[in-house]
Ligand binder design. Structure first.
Ligand SMILES: C[S@@+](CC[C@H](N)C(=O)[O-])C[C@H]1O[C@@H](n2cnc3c(N)ncnc32)[C@H](O)[C@@H]1O
Length: 232
């Protein structure tokens, strides 16, 4: 069982988003538990303040370190990166992080039993959080979102579908895009002809060796066209 604990100032964002499709099924099957916690829960002042102005001046607000440290400590039992169990990960969602990929998703799915996701807002998070607490600072791509919640949900989805038993068949994830360094091959379904566009004959031939060969070629062609960087 993998446990995700999300710390956010908008925990309600996750209420419905974890309740669809494969993620929902995996939760129902007991493969994963996903809990969203309100960062304000770990404030100690009367107004539950989670942010403050940046030292050195400049625009915007920064999420304070105290509630994030307290939250991670409450959820993991530890307050420093060095003390976490090997299968505990504390992930900071950040555009400054290493780029999240299928390989990172696979690694997290295989080696973790608890993943704490810290969602930033405003100008970001006090740097001492990433210095002392975070095991992985991860970005979902080279663009800036207004908060870490959508990025956290992307990661949860990508990791959960790699948990054994989460997909209909254990092999479904093996032939997907990125799993073998290529994009997936093109898929077609009925009707065999639509608005003059025909499904390639080979897919209707019943010749499995030919179909396999066509799919390999088509995957390579599509990768060459859309993501030549993957072929290097
Ligand atoms: C407006 S952003 C902060 C941007 C920061 N000042 C910068 O320029 O690097 C607020 C929060 O959104 C989240 N975020 C934004 N872009 C992201 C990305 N590409 N991947 C993951 N999280 C992201 C992070 O949690 C971040 O702390």
């Amino acid at each position: 069982m993998l446990r995700f604990d999300i710390i956010s100032i908008f925990p309600e964002f996750f209420r419905e988003t974890v309740d669809y499709g494969i993620v929902r099924r995996a939760r129902a099957a007991g493969l994963v538990e996903i809990t969203a916690h309100d960062l304000r829960r770990w404030t100690s002042d009367k107004h539950h303040v989670v942010d403050d102005r940046p030292f050195g001046g400049g625009d915007g607000m920064v999420l304070k370190p105290e509630p994030l440290f307290a939250g991670v400590e409450a959820l993991t039992g530890k307050a420093r990166r060095e003390d976490f169990a090997q299968d505990t990960r504390v992930v900071l969602l950040s555009p400054q992080g290493r780029v999240f990929s299928q390989a990172v998703a696979q690694e997290l799915a295989e080696n973790s039993t608890q993943i704490v996701l810290l969602c930033g807002r405003y100008e970001g998070v006090d740097e001492r959080v990433s210095d002392a607490l975070v095991t992985d600072e991860l970005s979902i791509g080279d663009y800036v979102l207004s908060g870490g919640e959508t990025a956290a949900m992307v990661m949860i989805d990508a990791v959960v579908r790699l948990l054994p038993g989460a997909l209909g068949s254990d092999t479904s994830a093996v032939f997907e895009s990125f799993s073998e360094g290529l994009l997936d091959y093109p898929h077609y379904t009925r009707p065999p002809e639509f608005r003059g566009m025909k499904v390639p004959d080979v897919l209707l031939s019943g010749n499995h060796a030919e179909i396999e060969r066509w799919r390999k070629d088509a995957a390579r062609r599509k990768t060459q066209r859309n993501r030549p960087d993957l072929l290097k």
